[in-house]
Design a protein. Structure first.
Length: 440
């Protein structure tokens, strides 16, 4: 007995041989009626489809081959969009980029203000009353700053300059919107809060906390409650931290109390592993230049620049001098500059890694740019009094951001002599300044 499916198969074969114009229409209708009732298996469930490359290849007509390639490209593009769209777009970790908005605070007991790239239209960013040390994230989409309520009267008074006040760490969008506390609202006790160090992917922040007896270094994500405890809490005193542009290392200065204070340049992975001491020396003079002032990574993440005074165990070091040093991850050091008549402080690498800016003098009142290859230096600007804030290079490499109290603003980095006025001026109360990096 012939099954209906076999009869239908023979009828279809006859219809195909004779052509749709001559074949029986009732056969086509019967075939369509039957196939409508049969569930279709998706193509991916046929191993022959996705394992076809393992068997004997079949040559497709050119139009079908082209169409297949187009379909594959469309699928690949869709997958790429889904994958890339699920992650945050990041700018290169170093190299020139466009300058964006300017953010600054107004010093002790002050507030945080956001301005346009030319310094105009300042907008106060709301916090809890006092705002300090604003820093843009590397991808230019966020900024972070410290904030706490006003104690007594606002302004620069004793109550608002007290040691170890509890601060919240706030993060906002780059336009100042959606200001909120991170780390689950945890407060941190700070003395003279320092600028935070963003991770290169702009998702975590490292910073220093002052304890009554010793310091703690914390690393927290900007999303989520944060860790239960600090990354470093070993009874030592710290400066920094500084995050390498490739995200693999955190560097900091560690002062270990002992019979003679020991200064160290230390690096470790952000999870606390692979701790390395790149330089260590005894302290011999309480008036020596600040050891490790503004510890800064080179853009290629292979070297650190820092300043120090004379190593008492190195007879080659000149006495009472400020020394600008570059040290690699292997501990090998190279001296770029020795300032025998003053101090060095507040370093900043240029975006292309070819130059270092440094504050020179006692107490660090002029900006010099040092060529890393040759060690040659040239003056840029000079202050009558230097406000103790770190130098920063503008993302496009054209300017140095100077917090000089009498003329804060952006100074041309290619100047060959002292420039009396900034190219982009900021209000005189701008004390700590940073500039947004806009990815190319």
């Amino acid at each position: 007995m012939t099954r209906p499916s076999e009869a239908l198969d023979r009828a279809l074969a006859a219809w195909v041989r004779e052509g749709p114009d001559r074949g029986p229409n009732e056969v086509l209708e019967a075939a369509l009626a039957r196939t409508r009732t049969v569930p279709q298996r998706p193509a991916w469930r046929f191993p022959g489809r996705w394992l076809a490359g393992l068997g004997t290849p079949r040559r497709l007509p050119a139009p079908f081959a082209v169409a297949g390639v187009v379909v594959l490209l469309l699928i690949a593009a869709l997958v790429a969009i889904l994958v890339v769209g699920s992650t945050r777009r990041l700018p290169p970790p170093f190299g020139p980029a466009a300058n964006g908005r300017i953010v600054s605070d107004t010093g002790i007991g002050g507030e945080v203000f956001l301005a346009e790239a030319d310094g105009t239209n300042p907008l106060r960013i709301p916090g809890e009353g006092i705002g300090r040390r604003p820093v843009f994230s590397p991808d230019g989409t966020k900024l972070a700053f410290w904030t706490r309520p006003v104690v007594g009267q606002a302004g620069q008074n004793g109550s608002n300059n007290a040691l170890l006040n509890p601060f919240h760490l706030y993060v906002t969008n780059a336009d100042g919107s959606e200001a909120h506390a991170v780390a689950g609202g945890r407060t941190f006790r700070l003395c003279c809060p320092g600028p935070v160090a963003w991770s290169p992917d702009s998702r975590s922040i490292a910073f220093l906390v002052w304890d009554p007896n010793f310091d703690e270094t914390w690393v927290i994500p900007i999303d989520g409650p944060g860790p239960a405890g600090p990354l470093i809490s070993n009874g030592s005193h710290h400066l920094g931290p500084s995050w390498s542009p490739d995200g693999r290392w955190i560097a900091f200065v560690e002062d270990t109390p002992s019979d003679a204070l020991i200064h160290k340049i230390v690096v470790m992975h952000p999870n606390g592993t692979d701790r390395r001491v790149l330089h260590s020396q005894r302290s011999i003079d309480p008036d020596e230049p600040t050891f490790g002032g503004a510890l800064q990574w080179a853009p290629d993440s292979t070297r650190l620049a820092y300043v120090r005074g004379r190593d008492p165990d190195d007879p080659a070091d000149p006495p009472h001098a400020g020394l600008l040093e570059v040290v690699g991850l292997d501990g090998l050091e190279r001296r770029l500059m020795a300032e025998e008549n003053g101090w060095l402080n507040d370093l900043s690498w240029s975006p292309d890694g070819r130059s270092l800016a440094v504050m020179v003098g006692d107490p660090s009142t002029s900006i010099h740019v040092v060529d890393v290859a040759s060690g040659d230096s040239r003056p840029i600007a000079q202050c009558s009094v230097h406000y103790d804030a770190p130098l920063r290079w503008s993302p496009d490499g054209r300017y140095l951001i100077d917090d000089c109290p009498d003329a804060p603003g952006l100074y041309p980095a290619d100047a060959t002599e002292y420039v009396s006025e900034p190219a982009v001026a900021l209000p005189s109360q701008a004390a700590e300044i940073d500039i947004q990096r806009v990815a190319p």
